[in-house]
Ligand binder design. Structure first.
Ligand SMILES: Cc1ncc(COP(=O)(O)O)c(C=O)c1O
Length: 431
């Protein structure tokens, strides 16, 4: 079967003349899987339809935000109602207070919160606040965690286990990158060593408590607990970047699942109900250092936008309905049980990882999978074939083997069964 891609191809050709690579975010360009990115025109529930009228069961879900699927009626209704009254005022509005109350009541570790316009902006702001609060400059981050397009965090590890960052992109001053110390995940001993070496210089330890940007690297609880202990000991701000895991694995995100409390937390994706929203929050003591109460400057013309806040609030209300996460867990289990059955029946060198509704299929076998260097890059070749077969048979998965997949409450048992059928056939073609 091959896809009709005429309109997508035309649009892509046109877009490339004006928009770098034809896309507004690089991974959308299909570079690691080849072919033309599909231009979507519609989403409803678990399905998306492109401009050539191909329909897919969607496991990308806009890279995580759409936990209730596309165009959920309750969210759309709230958006329309709010937008009809004006889309932006540049003043405070009641929707900000509504969503802030909801979050601070339900998530005890978020004593105060500030809304911004993306996950990147949330992380960038949290880093500034941690630096301003502690009066220190250095940041510890972990290889394999992604935190958005933030200068201080677009760094790679150099050679050796404990290293100063090397900017991973032109445009980030090396001097800034050097303030970021990069460590492998799963090695609390190295964090301890590093803090002992720089006891008064580290402002923040930042990590995705559920790293889901470089495969799915599920951490040991003891690792997170030790980071908590060390951050307290050395007066370092512990930041959990929950842009993906926040409201995804539980209402209280990874913080609730692992029972380890950060000092600050960043959100994005789900918190905006499909709109561009990010947020950062945490302890009052820290958050009260932000202007206009404190001296650390952070601002945004469209921050707390009424339509985005209303969409986010409508989304969060759906999540707090009884059984929401239990049902997602059931769907996740149906998916991973089915995949595991395919893997063992076909004796495939494939491993299925999952937490709740986040899924990652690794085209290799690994004894442990907790750090970026546990992933064998050569396995990604299989992904291209797998991806193409799925795409041609109505299943849309992320266009990169390092990306995870997301289930939503709109994915029915029938959708998942249909997907598993295609996956079974795709595996036969892949290996
Ligand atoms: C953990 C994490 N932090 C931050 C970001 C950046 O968010 P955004 O793309 O909304 O700027 C992402 C994006 O994928 C992310 O996964």
């Amino acid at each position: 079967m091959s896809l009709n891609e005429i309109r997508s191809k035309n649009l892509f050709e046109k877009a490339q003349k004006m928009i770098p690579g034809g896309v507004n975010s690089p991974v959308r360009a299909f570079r690691s899987v080849g072919g033309t990115p599909l231009f979507m025109k519609q989403g409803k529930g678990s399905r998306i339809t492109d401009v050539d009228d191909n329909t897919f069961i969607d496991y990308c879900c806009s890279w995580g935000p759409l936990i209730s699927g596309h165009a959920h009626p309750a969210i759309i209704e709230k958006i329309v109602e709010t937008a009809a009254n004006g889309t932006s005022f540049g003043t405070p509005n009641p929707h900000e207070v509504e969503i802030a109350s909801f979050i601070t009541e339900k998530l005890p570790h978020v004593e105060m919160i500030r809304f911004v316009n993306s996950g990147t902006e949330a992380v960038m702001s949290a880093i500034r606040v941690a630096r301003g609060f502690t009066g220190r400059d250095k940041i510890i981050k972990f290889d394999g965690c992604y935190h958005g397009a933030v200068d201080s965090l677009l760094v790679n590890a150099g050679s050796g286990l404990v290293t100063f960052g090397i900017s991973s992109t032109p445009g980030v001053p090396q001097k800034l990158a050097e303030e970021t110390l990069v460590l492998p995940l799963d090695r609390e001993d190295l964090v301890e060593e590093l803090l002992a070496k720089y006891p008064d210089s580290v402002a923040a330890i930042i990590l995705e408590p559920i790293p889901a940007n470089n495969g799915l690297l599920l951490q040991r609880k003891e690792f997170l607990q030790k980071l908590r202990e060390l951050a307290t000991k050395y007066g370092v701000v512990l930041i959990f970047d929950e842009v993906i895991s926040g409201f995804r694995v539980a209402l209280g995100g990874a913080t609730e699942v692992y029972g380890v409390q950060p000092d600050m937390v960043t959100f994005g994706k789900i918190i905006g109900g499909g709109f561009p929203v990010g947020a950062y929050g945490g302890k009052k003591e820290i958050m009260n250092c932000i202007a206009p109460v404190g001296k650390i400057y952070q601002a945004g013309t469209l921050s707390g936008n009424p339509v985005a806040m209303a969409a986010g609030f409508a989304q969060l209300q759906l999540l707090s309905q009884p059984g929401f996460y239990d049902n997602l867990e059931k769907s996740g289990k149906q998916f991973s049980d089915g995949l595991s059955e395919i893997i063992s029946r076909r004796s495939l060198p494939v491993t299925a990882y999952r937490i709740g509704s986040i899924i990652w299929t690794y085209f290799g076998k690994a004894e442990i999978m907790r750090a970026a260097h546990h992933i064998d890059g050569a396995t990604m070749d299989h992904y291209k074939k797998f991806f193409r077969y799925c795409l041609e048979h109505g299943i849309y998965i992320a266009p990169s083997g390092y990306e995870v997949g997301f289930l939503s409450s709109a994915h029915s048992p029938e959708d998942i069964a249909e997907t598993l059928q295609v996956i079974d056939e795709a595996m036969a073609v892949t290996f």
